[in-house]
Write a protein that binds this ligand. Sequence first.
Ligand SMILES: O=C(O)CCC(=O)C(=O)O
Length: 286
Amino acid sequence: MATLTQDQMDQFWRDGVLTVADAITPEELSALRETFNGWVQDSRAHSDDYGETLDGRARFDLEPGHSADRPALRRIQSPEEISEAYATVMRGSRMVEYVADLIGPSLRFHHGKVNSKLPGAATKVKFHQDFTFQPMSNDDMITALLFVDDVTLENGPLEVVPGSHKGPLYSLWHNGIFTGAVADEVVEAHENAIVKCTGPAGSVCLMHASLLHGSAPNLSDTSRTLYIATYYAEDSVELSPNALPSTLTGALIRGEESGRVRCSAYEMEIPEVPKETSFFAQQAAG
Ligand SMILES: O=C(O)CCC(=O)C(=O)O
Protein backbone atom coordinates (compact mmCIF):
# COMPACT_ATOMS: atom_id res chain seq x y z
CA MET A 1 0.00 0.00 0.00
CA ALA A 2 1.30 3.45 -0.91
CA THR A 3 2.53 5.75 1.86
CA LEU A 4 2.35 8.90 -0.29
CA THR A 5 -1.07 10.18 -1.35
CA GLN A 6 -2.05 10.23 -5.02
CA ASP A 7 -1.84 14.04 -4.92
CA GLN A 8 1.73 13.87 -3.64
CA MET A 9 2.69 11.38 -6.33
CA ASP A 10 1.07 13.52 -9.04
CA GLN A 11 2.93 16.57 -7.71
CA PHE A 12 6.23 14.69 -7.85
CA TRP A 13 5.75 13.63 -11.48
CA ARG A 14 4.57 17.14 -12.47
CA ASP A 15 7.29 19.14 -10.68
CA GLY A 16 10.07 16.57 -10.35
CA VAL A 17 10.28 17.43 -6.65
CA LEU A 18 8.26 16.81 -3.49
CA THR A 19 9.07 17.60 0.15
CA VAL A 20 7.46 15.33 2.75
CA ALA A 21 7.61 15.62 6.55
CA ASP A 22 8.34 12.80 9.01
CA ALA A 23 10.43 10.70 6.65
CA ILE A 24 12.29 9.16 9.60
CA THR A 25 11.47 8.55 13.26
CA PRO A 26 12.70 10.90 16.03
CA GLU A 27 15.05 8.10 17.17
CA GLU A 28 16.52 7.73 13.67
CA LEU A 29 16.98 11.50 13.48
CA SER A 30 18.78 11.64 16.84
CA ALA A 31 21.09 8.82 15.77
CA LEU A 32 22.00 10.59 12.50
CA ARG A 33 22.71 13.84 14.37
CA GLU A 34 24.77 12.21 17.07
CA THR A 35 26.88 10.38 14.50
CA PHE A 36 27.38 13.51 12.45
CA ASN A 37 28.38 15.56 15.52
CA GLY A 38 30.97 12.88 16.30
CA TRP A 39 32.42 13.23 12.80
CA VAL A 40 32.62 17.01 13.21
CA GLN A 41 34.54 16.51 16.48
CA ASP A 42 36.92 14.06 14.76
CA SER A 43 37.50 16.54 11.92
CA ARG A 44 39.13 19.00 14.35
CA ALA A 45 42.21 16.76 14.34
CA HIS A 46 42.65 17.05 10.55
CA SER A 47 43.87 19.81 8.30
CA ASP A 48 43.29 18.03 4.96
CA ASP A 49 40.62 15.75 3.52
CA TYR A 50 40.95 12.31 5.12
CA GLY A 51 39.63 8.77 5.25
CA GLU A 52 39.33 6.55 2.21
CA THR A 53 36.46 5.28 0.06
CA LEU A 54 36.34 2.34 -2.33
CA ASP A 55 38.02 4.20 -5.21
CA GLY A 56 40.77 5.71 -3.04
CA ARG A 57 39.32 9.21 -2.76
CA ALA A 58 38.88 10.83 0.65
CA ARG A 59 35.74 10.04 2.65
CA PHE A 60 35.75 13.28 4.69
CA ASP A 61 35.93 16.52 2.69
CA LEU A 62 36.93 19.74 4.49
CA GLU A 63 36.03 23.20 3.26
CA PRO A 64 38.96 25.59 2.68
CA GLY A 65 39.43 27.55 5.94
CA HIS A 66 38.63 24.51 8.13
CA SER A 67 40.45 24.56 11.48
CA ALA A 68 40.28 22.83 14.86
CA ASP A 69 38.54 25.89 16.29
CA ARG A 70 36.13 26.38 13.40
CA PRO A 71 35.56 22.95 11.88
CA ALA A 72 34.10 23.01 8.36
CA LEU A 73 33.37 19.42 7.46
CA ARG A 74 31.30 19.73 4.29
CA ARG A 75 30.91 16.22 2.89
CA ILE A 76 31.06 12.64 4.06
CA GLN A 77 31.11 10.13 1.26
CA SER A 78 29.16 6.85 1.64
CA PRO A 79 28.29 7.30 5.34
CA GLU A 80 26.21 4.05 5.20
CA GLU A 81 29.48 2.12 4.89
CA ILE A 82 30.77 3.35 8.23
CA SER A 83 27.65 4.07 10.29
CA GLU A 84 24.85 1.78 11.37
CA ALA A 85 22.58 4.82 11.87
CA TYR A 86 22.96 5.95 8.25
CA ALA A 87 22.71 2.38 6.90
CA THR A 88 19.46 1.84 8.81
CA VAL A 89 17.89 5.00 7.41
CA MET A 90 19.13 4.25 3.89
CA ARG A 91 17.69 0.71 3.94
CA GLY A 92 14.63 0.77 6.15
CA SER A 93 13.17 4.21 6.90
CA ARG A 94 9.86 5.67 5.78
CA MET A 95 11.89 7.71 3.27
CA VAL A 96 12.55 4.48 1.34
CA GLU A 97 8.82 3.70 1.28
CA TYR A 98 8.18 7.11 -0.30
CA VAL A 99 10.78 6.40 -2.97
CA ALA A 100 9.29 2.94 -3.58
CA ASP A 101 5.83 4.52 -4.05
CA LEU A 102 7.28 6.59 -6.88
CA ILE A 103 9.70 4.30 -8.72
CA GLY A 104 9.31 0.93 -6.99
CA PRO A 105 8.31 -1.50 -5.85
CA SER A 106 11.84 -2.82 -6.35
CA LEU A 107 14.72 -0.43 -5.69
CA ARG A 108 18.49 -0.37 -5.78
CA PHE A 109 20.90 1.95 -4.00
CA HIS A 110 23.15 4.14 -6.15
CA HIS A 111 25.23 6.19 -3.69
CA GLY A 112 25.00 8.24 -0.52
CA LYS A 113 26.65 11.24 1.10
CA VAL A 114 26.23 13.84 3.82
CA ASN A 115 26.41 17.44 2.65
CA SER A 116 26.82 19.87 5.50
CA LYS A 117 26.92 23.63 5.63
CA LEU A 118 27.98 24.67 9.10
CA PRO A 119 27.00 28.22 10.17
CA GLY A 120 28.63 30.77 7.89
CA ALA A 121 29.94 28.08 5.50
CA ALA A 122 30.75 29.46 2.09
CA THR A 123 29.95 26.23 0.27
CA LYS A 124 27.72 26.79 -2.72
CA VAL A 125 26.54 24.02 -5.02
CA LYS A 126 26.35 25.20 -8.60
CA PHE A 127 23.33 24.19 -10.65
CA HIS A 128 23.44 20.75 -12.24
CA GLN A 129 21.34 17.65 -12.92
CA ASP A 130 22.34 14.45 -11.14
CA PHE A 131 21.41 12.25 -14.11
CA THR A 132 24.31 13.62 -16.18
CA PHE A 133 26.73 12.43 -13.47
CA GLN A 134 25.08 9.00 -13.44
CA PRO A 135 23.27 8.08 -16.68
CA MET A 136 21.06 4.99 -16.46
CA SER A 137 19.14 2.83 -18.94
CA ASN A 138 15.90 4.40 -17.67
CA ASP A 139 15.33 7.53 -15.64
CA ASP A 140 13.39 6.10 -12.70
CA MET A 141 15.94 7.52 -10.32
CA ILE A 142 15.41 9.65 -7.23
CA THR A 143 17.79 11.65 -5.10
CA ALA A 144 16.35 11.72 -1.55
CA LEU A 145 17.68 14.70 0.42
CA LEU A 146 16.88 14.09 4.07
CA PHE A 147 16.93 17.13 6.38
CA VAL A 148 19.10 16.29 9.39
CA ASP A 149 18.68 19.93 10.53
CA ASP A 150 15.79 22.31 10.03
CA VAL A 151 16.26 23.77 6.56
CA THR A 152 15.35 27.46 6.28
CA LEU A 153 15.46 30.10 3.58
CA GLU A 154 18.73 31.41 5.07
CA ASN A 155 20.81 28.33 5.82
CA GLY A 156 21.54 27.25 2.25
CA PRO A 157 18.48 25.23 1.22
CA LEU A 158 18.29 23.16 -1.93
CA GLU A 159 17.14 25.32 -4.86
CA VAL A 160 15.27 23.62 -7.69
CA VAL A 161 13.64 24.40 -11.02
CA PRO A 162 10.27 22.58 -10.92
CA GLY A 163 9.43 20.80 -14.16
CA SER A 164 13.01 20.80 -15.45
CA HIS A 165 13.22 17.00 -15.07
CA LYS A 166 11.26 16.77 -18.33
CA GLY A 167 14.41 17.85 -20.17
CA PRO A 168 16.73 18.78 -21.71
CA LEU A 169 19.85 17.43 -20.02
CA TYR A 170 22.57 20.10 -20.01
CA SER A 171 26.31 19.57 -20.42
CA LEU A 172 28.66 19.78 -17.44
CA TRP A 173 31.67 20.44 -19.70
CA HIS A 174 32.68 23.98 -20.66
CA ASN A 175 35.71 25.00 -22.75
CA GLY A 176 37.19 21.53 -22.34
CA ILE A 177 36.89 21.57 -18.52
CA PHE A 178 34.55 19.34 -16.50
CA THR A 179 32.90 21.72 -14.03
CA GLY A 180 30.09 19.55 -12.66
CA ALA A 181 27.77 22.50 -13.33
CA VAL A 182 25.56 23.71 -16.17
CA ALA A 183 26.45 26.90 -18.09
CA ASP A 184 25.63 30.27 -16.51
CA GLU A 185 23.21 31.01 -19.36
CA VAL A 186 21.14 27.94 -18.41
CA VAL A 187 20.81 29.18 -14.82
CA GLU A 188 19.98 32.71 -16.00
CA ALA A 189 17.25 31.34 -18.30
CA HIS A 190 15.57 29.62 -15.32
CA GLU A 191 16.26 32.28 -12.66
CA ASN A 192 12.60 33.28 -12.20
CA ALA A 193 11.46 29.69 -11.76
CA ILE A 194 13.84 28.74 -8.91
CA VAL A 195 12.15 27.48 -5.72
CA LYS A 196 13.81 26.83 -2.32
CA CYS A 197 13.06 23.56 -0.51
CA THR A 198 12.68 24.13 3.23
CA GLY A 199 11.20 22.21 6.14
CA PRO A 200 11.73 20.82 9.61
CA ALA A 201 14.42 18.26 10.41
CA GLY A 202 13.22 14.77 9.53
CA SER A 203 11.60 15.91 6.26
CA VAL A 204 12.82 14.62 2.93
CA CYS A 205 13.00 16.37 -0.40
CA LEU A 206 12.46 13.74 -3.10
CA MET A 207 14.01 14.94 -6.31
CA HIS A 208 13.90 13.39 -9.78
CA ALA A 209 17.50 12.81 -10.88
CA SER A 210 17.03 14.96 -14.00
CA LEU A 211 15.87 18.04 -12.05
CA LEU A 212 18.01 21.17 -12.33
CA HIS A 213 19.17 22.16 -8.83
CA GLY A 214 21.88 23.83 -6.75
CA SER A 215 22.19 25.63 -3.43
CA ALA A 216 23.59 28.83 -1.93
CA PRO A 217 26.01 29.40 0.99
CA ASN A 218 24.73 29.24 4.56
CA LEU A 219 24.24 32.85 5.67
CA SER A 220 22.69 31.97 9.02
CA ASP A 221 23.96 30.91 12.44
CA THR A 222 22.35 27.46 12.21
CA SER A 223 23.83 24.46 10.45
CA ARG A 224 22.26 22.78 7.44
CA THR A 225 23.07 19.11 7.19
CA LEU A 226 21.52 16.80 4.60
CA TYR A 227 21.81 13.06 4.24
CA ILE A 228 21.51 12.42 0.51
CA ALA A 229 20.74 8.92 -0.77
CA THR A 230 20.11 8.09 -4.41
CA TYR A 231 17.93 5.14 -5.46
CA TYR A 232 16.95 3.73 -8.83
CA ALA A 233 14.45 1.24 -10.21
CA GLU A 234 15.64 -2.35 -9.92
CA ASP A 235 15.37 -2.86 -13.69
CA SER A 236 17.69 0.02 -14.60
CA VAL A 237 21.41 -0.39 -15.23
CA GLU A 238 24.24 2.11 -15.03
CA LEU A 239 25.52 3.35 -18.40
CA SER A 240 28.79 4.67 -17.01
CA PRO A 241 30.92 3.75 -14.01
CA ASN A 242 29.44 4.96 -10.70
CA ALA A 243 30.97 8.37 -9.88
CA LEU A 244 30.89 7.62 -6.12
CA PRO A 245 31.29 3.85 -5.81
CA SER A 246 30.79 2.07 -2.50
CA THR A 247 30.42 -1.49 -1.28
CA LEU A 248 26.64 -0.88 -1.39
CA THR A 249 26.47 0.29 -5.02
CA GLY A 250 23.61 -1.51 -6.78
CA ALA A 251 22.40 -3.23 -3.59
CA LEU A 252 18.75 -4.33 -3.75
CA ILE A 253 16.99 -2.31 -1.04
CA ARG A 254 13.34 -3.25 -1.68
CA GLY A 255 11.52 -5.93 -3.69
CA GLU A 256 12.97 -8.62 -5.90
CA GLU A 257 15.50 -9.15 -8.69
CA SER A 258 13.58 -9.21 -11.97
CA GLY A 259 16.45 -10.42 -14.13
CA ARG A 260 15.55 -7.86 -16.79
CA VAL A 261 16.56 -4.40 -17.94
CA ARG A 262 14.16 -1.64 -18.96
CA CYS A 263 15.41 1.02 -21.38
CA SER A 264 13.88 4.44 -22.04
CA ALA A 265 13.64 5.79 -25.54
CA TYR A 266 15.61 8.98 -24.96
CA GLU A 267 18.87 10.19 -26.37
CA MET A 268 21.79 11.71 -24.51
CA GLU A 269 25.52 11.86 -24.81
CA ILE A 270 27.26 9.48 -22.43
CA PRO A 271 29.05 12.05 -20.30
CA GLU A 272 32.60 11.57 -19.22
CA VAL A 273 32.88 12.35 -15.49
CA PRO A 274 36.47 12.61 -14.27
CA LYS A 275 36.91 10.56 -11.12
CA GLU A 276 40.21 11.83 -9.77
CA THR A 277 38.86 14.84 -7.85
CA SER A 278 36.01 15.57 -5.45
CA PHE A 279 32.68 17.13 -6.49
CA PHE A 280 33.56 20.45 -4.86
CA ALA A 281 37.02 20.55 -6.46
CA GLN A 282 35.39 19.94 -9.84
CA GLN A 283 32.87 22.73 -9.31
CA ALA A 284 35.61 25.10 -8.09
CA ALA A 285 37.54 24.51 -11.32
CA GLY A 286 34.67 25.89 -13.41
O1 LIG B 1 23.90 20.07 -0.60
C1 LIG B 1 23.15 20.63 -1.40
O2 LIG B 1 22.54 21.65 -1.14
C2 LIG B 1 22.92 20.08 -2.80
C3 LIG B 1 23.59 18.79 -3.01
C4 LIG B 1 23.78 18.40 -4.43
O3 LIG B 1 23.14 18.87 -5.31
C5 LIG B 1 24.78 17.38 -4.73
O4 LIG B 1 25.60 17.05 -3.86
O5 LIG B 1 24.74 16.89 -5.88
